[in-house]
Design a protein around this ligand. Structure first.
Ligand SMILES: [Mg+2]
Length: 225
């Protein structure tokens, strides 16, 4: 019986791309103030660079295009603004209800990777802390995924045994790999960046198109175990 669920956050319960856009918008407001340019123009510049070359140089490129020298201290401040901003993000439709439903007969934990400050801001904005018993911040513990230790810690906190515990996440390289290393079963949700990717050596015990679609599968896994 899976009685303890260890659930990933980014791209499992909400769209991580929406967090990136929210962070870019926050930084665009800062840059617009510095450069005396309209916020929408700055944001458009940044999103264009993001789409073209990824996150790496977005702030530098935007500043340069607006005639502001991208000094290291300035960039550092913008990175801080990005990480510390109050994200405008939402759980995918139905996720809140699915968590509340599962919580009736499961103990739930969120196990999340990424900088503690950013992950805490996301948890706050999504209002998920009230829906689970505990949130484990892997990086704050110095155990980034696929380190199995944050999962084992969460399992312990929930009072589960390996046979009763199921890992749910979108990234096989992190979530399924950690589950394998920890000797736990796992369910992969096909949402977010890795939805279409194949991971030949990281098979999950079950797969679902979304977290909402996973809930009935979680119950089915329980009846066959
Ligand atoms: Mg994830």
């Amino acid at each position: 019986m899976a009685r303890a669920l260890l659930i990933d956050l980014d791209d499992t319960l909400y769209d991580e791309a929406s967090y990136v856009r929210s962070g870019m918008a926050a930084v665009a407001r800062e840059i617009a103030g510095l450069a005396g340019a309209p916020v929408p123009e700055v944001e458009a510049l940044m999103l264009e660079e993001l789409a073209r070359n990824g996150r790496g140089k977005v702030f530098d490129v935007a500043l340069e295009r607006l005639g502001v020298a991208p000094q290291p201290d300035l960039i550092k401040g913008l990175v801080e603004a990005y990480r510390d901003h109050r994200p405008a993000i939402r759980l995918w439709p139905g996720v809140r209800e699915a968590l509340a439903d599962l919580a009736q007969d499961h103990r739930l934990a969120i196990v999340t990777d990424g900088l503690g400050l950013m992950q805490r801001r996301k948890v706050e904005a999504l209002g998920v802390e009230a829906l689970v018993e505990t949130v484990v911040y892997c990086w704050e513990l110095g155990w980034p995924k696929p380190d199995p230790r944050p999962y084992l810690k969460a399992m312990e906190q929930l009072g589960g045994t390996p046979a009763e515990t199921l890992v749910v996440g979108d990234n096989p390289g992190h979530d399924m790999a950690a589950a394998q290393a920890a000797g736990l079963r796992s369910l992969r949700v096909r949402t977010g960046r890795f939805a279409a990717e194949t991971f030949p050596n990281l098979t999950a015990d079950a797969e679902a198109d979304s977290f909402v679609a996973a809930a009935p599968l979680i119950r089915r896994l329980e009846t066959v175990s």
